[in-house]
Design a protein around this ligand. Structure first.
Ligand SMILES: [Zn+2]
Length: 143
């Protein structure tokens, strides 16, 4: 297990498990949960910050570091960047496939769920709303 950072804020990597502690908040994730990592452009006095975005949270984890920790955090950045690359690429391929499928269905004039692109839909007799039989999304026609 390797620990990056010190004092109140640090990141540890133990196999595929990543533990992020920022002051009083903690988060655990794996490489497959991370959607993006970047150096935060915000200027932290005498240091910087690493920004990690995961699928489990809408908020990015911003881990501040001091100038003397920059090399360590650059190493951490490079490790995570490399480990998440296949997952990021797969998510992007999935998104491409979904938008390609949606484009096809639009062309064919087939109705589909705006959330999961499934064509298994039920029209609710009362109100004329639509329920997706695959994901349960409930919506008014016309998207
Ligand atoms: Zn759906």
């Amino acid at each position: 297990m390797k620990k990056y950072g010190s004092r109140g804020s640090y990141v540890t990597i133990d196999g595929d498990n990543i533990h992020i502690k920022i002051m009083w908040s903690k988060a655990d994730c794996t490489f497959s949960d991370i959607t993006n990592i970047e150096f935060d452009p915000q200027i932290v006095k005498q240091g910087g910050a690493l920004k990690i975005t995961t699928t489990n949270s809408k908020l990015a984890h911003i881990i501040p570091f001091r100038n003397e920790e920059r090399d360590d955090f650059t190493e951490l950045y490079n490790i995570i960047k490399e480990k998440i690359a296949p997952f990021v690429a797969e998510r992007s391929r999935q998104a491409d496939r979904r938008s390609e499928r949606a484009r096809q269905l639009d062309e064919e004039g087939v109705a589909y769920c705006p959330k999961c692109i499934s064509t298994s839909l039920a029209v609710n007799a009362s109100g004329g709303t639509i329920t997706c039989l695959k994901c349960g999304h409930h919506y008014a026609p016309g998207k």
